[in-house]
Design a protein around this ligand. Structure first.
Ligand SMILES: C[S@@+](CC[C@H](N)C(=O)[O-])C[C@H]1O[C@@H](n2cnc3c(N)ncnc32)[C@H](O)[C@@H]1O
Ligand SMILES: [Zn+2]
Length: 284
């Protein structure tokens, strides 16, 4: 990880700034954190909550599914909105930091960071399997393990843009680490998202109250500045459907044998709706 990325981080024990020497990040009070050999930094406090995030097989399935490009429309919307927000912000700086909370494999972050040589990224995730992937996803992206429900180990005002895609949202902490005038871009599924698969495959249904819950969870810390529905029809072959299920929490609720049987009765390829809302927020 690049030392400049580490200097955006703060010590999870005392909150002082971190700096990188050789392969160890440390604060002035002497708390230190070694870079893992796979390149990520683990900043979970030692008395961690036991929360693990996505498993190795979920991350594997997500990596392969995303690489086939079916979610490119979501990535493209994030790229457009990030460019707009950054140009409105008009940073004179030659460095812009984009943080993804619950970054998974870092697919979206890498795409957005890749659009400008002044852009740098930090991928935050509680899963070590995700962190390993994200550490290699782009030369200007650093990967950090942390629990986004607790304190985010970033300095105040560190990020110009925060991405949050199908991931946990800690409004107060995201507002703290966002620079003045910076933007939070949130992607949430709509009810039509993957609807053709939900009933047949026993996947977890999109919560009808999701929109209201999103607004409530961010209200107080953020105000909405815009939103866009991203919708298209994907043509998925059976292996793609299998990966799509395997990368979601539904994977934990369905027996593998049963899943294969249910997929077998679907048309091949099957048409599946992608429908998400990208909403943009500014700290209130
Ligand atoms: C549905 S995945 C989305 C990943 C990525 N944004 C994407 O769309 O490809 C949710 C991610 O949030 C992570 N996660 C879950 N709980 C978390 C927490 N408390 N703190 C940080 N990350 C968490 C999971 O490990 C997982 O990688
Ligand atoms: Zn410290």
């Amino acid at each position: 990880m690049h030392p400049d990325l580490v200097s955006a981080l703060r010590c999870p024990v005392c909150g002082d700034p971190l700096g990188l020497t050789a392969r160890t990040a440390s604060c002035p009070r002497g708390h230190s954190y070694d870079l893992a050999k796979q390149g990520y930094l683990n900043l979970l406090p030692s008395a961690s909550t036991g929360i693990e995030g996505d498993s190795a097989s979920m991350i594997e399935a997500r990596t392969t599914f995303l690489s086939t490009g079916h979610y490119t429309p979501i990535l493209n919307a994030l790229r457009t909105h990030t460019a707009q927000r950054l140009s409105e912000l008009g940073t004179a700086s030659d460095r812009e930091l984009i943080v993804e909370v619950g970054a998974g494999t870092g697919y979206y972050l890498a795409g957005v960071v890749g659009d400008g040589s002044e852009r740098w990224g930090l991928a935050l995730d509680v899963s070590r399997y995700a962190a390993r992937r994200a550490a290699k996803v782009h030369p200007r992206v650093g990967s950090v393990i942390c629990d986004a429900w607790r304190e985010i180990p970033l300095r105040d005002d560190a990020a110009q843009v925060i991405l949050n895609v199908f991931a946990p949202r800690n409004a107060e902490e995201m507002a703290r680490v966002l620079a003045p005038g910076g933007s939070l871009l949130v992607v949430t599924p709509n009810q039509a998202h993957l609807a053709e698969l939900v009933a047949v495959l026993g996947m977890v249904r999109v919560d009808e109250e999701k929109e209201r819950r999103l607004t409530e969870s961010l209200a107080g810390s953020f105000e909405r500045t815009g939103s866009e529905v991203v919708e298209t029809v994907m043509r998925l072959d059976h292996p793609a459907v299998e990966r799509l299920v395997a990368m979601t929490p539904s994977a934990r609720h369905t027996e593998p044998g049963e899943l294969t049987e249910r997929i077998a009765v679907l048309p091949d390829p099957v048409e599946v709706t992608l429908s998400v809302t990208l909403s943009a927020w500014r700290a209130a």
